[in-house]
Design a protein. Structure first.
Length: 155
């Protein structure tokens, strides 16, 4: 498997470095979440239920970019853990609204604090202007919200 000399060093690509950085922080956060009996991904659900009147399960799925099946499984686990409750919201009993329990709200506040601590560590070496510029660049990159599910890759 000799090289042609024209190979890209993928470790130097933006995507690789972003993925590596995200994994580093996700792993760090996962360790702390495990101490709260929260599985990775559940923090996204907690952080995306902001309304006291709850949120529709469909809207929550859009917010956290989860398939209906994945979200349902996650919510079932979170219900068993006392973090959320679901209520049927239409006459046919099909649509659900998701609410944080009192314990869920308290846990959400703890997760917010952990998230802010990680954010502070991430941006500690940046000036305020650099942090704002980075945030703008990330907004620009995600503006189209191209996800692997929707992206078309050449095969």
């Amino acid at each position: 498997m000799g090289g042609t000399g024209s190979e890209v060093d993928f470790t130097q690509t933006v995507l690789y470095r972003m993925a590596r950085l995200a994994k580093l922080y996700r792993n760090e956060l996962a360790k702390k979440l495990t101490q709260l009996d929260i599985y990775i991904g559940q923090e996204q659900v907690l952080l995306n239920i902001r309304e006291p009147e709850g949120v529709s399960q469909a809207e929550l799925g859009d917010r956290v970019k989860a398939t209906p099946a994945t979200l349902t499984k996650m919510l079932q686990r979170m219900e068993r853990g006392g973090l959320v409750r679901r209520e049927r919201s239409d006459s046919r009993g099909r649509a659900s609204r998701v609410f944080l329990t009192e314990y869920g709200w308290a846990t959400r506040h703890t997760v917010e604090r952990l998230w802010q601590q990680a954010e502070s560590r991430l941006t500690a070496g940046l000036t305020r202007e650099e942090a704002v510029a980075l945030s703008r660049l990330l907004d620009k990159l995600t503006a189209g919200e191209v996800t692997p599910r929707r992206a078309e890759f050449d095969s």
